[in-house]
Write a protein that binds this ligand. Sequence first.
Ligand code: ZN
Length: 413
Amino acid sequence: MYHSQSLNDFLEAQLHAALEMLRQMVGINSYTANRDGVNQLARFTAQCFAPLGFSAEFIPSNNPEFGDHLVLSRAGRVRENIAMMSHLDTVFPPEEEERNHFYWQPEGDRLFGPGTQDIKGGTVMMWLILSALQTQAPKLFEQITWNLLWNSSEETYSPDFGDVCRSRFDRETRAALVFEAEGRLADQHLMVVARKGRAAWRVTVSGRASHAGGKHSHGANAVVQLGQTIQRIAALTDYPSELTVNVATIRGGTVLNRVPHEAVAEGELRAFKPEVYERAKAALLALAGPGEVRSPADRYACQIKIEIIHESRPWPRNPQTDALYELWQEAGAALGIPVSFQERGGLSDGNQIWDAVPTLDGLGPWGDNDHCSERSPDGSKLPEYVEASSFVPKAMLNTVAILKLLQPNQTGD
Ligand SMILES: [Zn+2]
């Protein structure tokens, strides 16, 4: 049993403290490569949750250039547990923040600043929910075991965080809740139930160099071969099956009087469905081998090498996620908040863990322009912000849904 009015009053009363916490978090630059900043934010975050009874572990990243992952845990009276996930890092180097004067800046309902939406607002959302449960459902809060996990380096490739998470999951883990920002469609609040997988690839063509004047016919031109190969790669894109292949960078050759011996292109492919993803990867890799561009003199062929340089598997629609989502929809119906779902093209840590425990994403507040720090005088370009007024309703929704998950028979007033 929960009282929606007292829950709402409590959250409204906490909002000031929550936004002050957010202001301080945004003030700490935590660009992925800013190891000290990420570690400083981890310590500050641990302090914020300590009054709720959480103790901290700092777990070194596999990559020594990155800060530590943060795990905060609170042991309950039963093994039944819930995981909540966020990340510490942002995409903004300190120099970029300085160049674009991109700092904490409230303007009406919009709170501009690096990481306000992605994802420090999500971290603050976790604090609001747990504070609400502690006071509004104290027995349940004490009973359940809570594990809160922050990736130090979500914005780059960090598969080791998935291992950290899985080591904290067990058969009693009821849900992994990911606090990336919510989606919106008109008045609908969109939870994230699936995300595309992504494979980053590199194509390296080795030809044979020769003098462009004296021995042109002896050369096997790697740039010309790469030009042909990337056409085939780009043609793998198939919108009906939600498969996109992006040729992103290309370089090759050295000086103008050589037939170039090397050319390299990089890009990525993305898909929702595991079978589409695997088929596309296989089709890409099948383009490796001897190319059709050959030296006219002796038929020496260019060689095409294709590598997957990193990879995050797709998080497809699945019954466990859908069952969790239904609880959020029920909570929305009880509270008068329109809730719907979204399959999102971008990645999150949900991709790493969805097959281990039931996972739902998009549980953070609403904002926009994530990963953007620029502002144009005419306002056509605005940097990342979060909406202050989105915190309390979303915290209500999350709290009531969690209560429904843990106490299937309870109702509101
Ligand atoms: Zn994020």
